[in-house]
Design a protein around this ligand. Structure first.
Ligand SMILES: [Fe+2]
Length: 193
């Protein structure tokens, strides 16, 4: 069952927009502006991920909230950054490689892992959440299903020696920290629709 949307918070809508529109290639298609039940108000930005599913971001305006609440999915839970993350589906390894190139050109470091049964690239969005492009390259057999069922209730063997890991460093500044892009985006935001 596909998602309709996944909604998370951002404290930097302009930097977040640069990342999700340019580095990810998603189109901003809708904003909903509403009062919140707590007495504040919020903008809810929706990005089409290209498959009919959407990624949504809240910009909250509520004086009762702490000034610096954590926005990263793992950070907010007090966990290491790799734990809670968002994975988008790539059509194949070739498309995954073009996403990798795009991230590097947009200033984002990339971790590339061939897990053996799926192929992944990872980077961190402006909200400090780990974002992944992933493609399934293997086929699940009865052994996979049986081990997964066993793992629910007992210890099972480690998956060792299967993942191939590469780190790629970008040579440029991340989009969401480029002053000229941020000020252009902020001017646009102040002008309004
Ligand atoms: Fe993942």
């Amino acid at each position: 069952m596909p998602f309709h949307h996944l909604a998370v918070v951002t404290r930097d809508v302009v930097g977040n927009h640069l990342f999700y529109s340019q580095a990810m290639g998603f189109e901003l298609v809708k904003v909903e502006v509403r009062k919140t039940p707590e007495g504040g108000w919020a903008k809810h930005f929706f990005y089409d991920t290209g498959s009919g599913e959407m990624m949504a971001f809240w910009e909250l305006h509520d004086g009762s909230l702490p000034e610096k609440f954590p926005t990263g999915l793992s950070e907010a839970a007090g966990l290491p950054p790799w734990v809670n993350h968002i994975a988008f589906q790539a059509a194949g390894v070739a498309e995954l490689q073009s996403h990798l190139k795009r991230w590097l050109e947009c200033g984002y470091d990339v971790l590339e892992i061939d897990h053996g049964w799926c192929y992944s690239i990872y980077t961190t969005d402006p909200n400090h959440t780990l974002v992944e492009w992933c493609v399934t390259t293997g086929v699940f057999d009865e052994g996979d299903r049986a081990k997964a069922q066993r793992a629910l209730i007992e210890e099972v063997d480690f998956d060792v020696g299967k993942a191939k890991i590469q780190h790629h460093r970008s040579r440029c500044e991340p989009l969401h920290r480029r002053e000229e892009l941020l000020s252009a985006g902020k001017a646009e935001k102040e002008r309004g629709p």
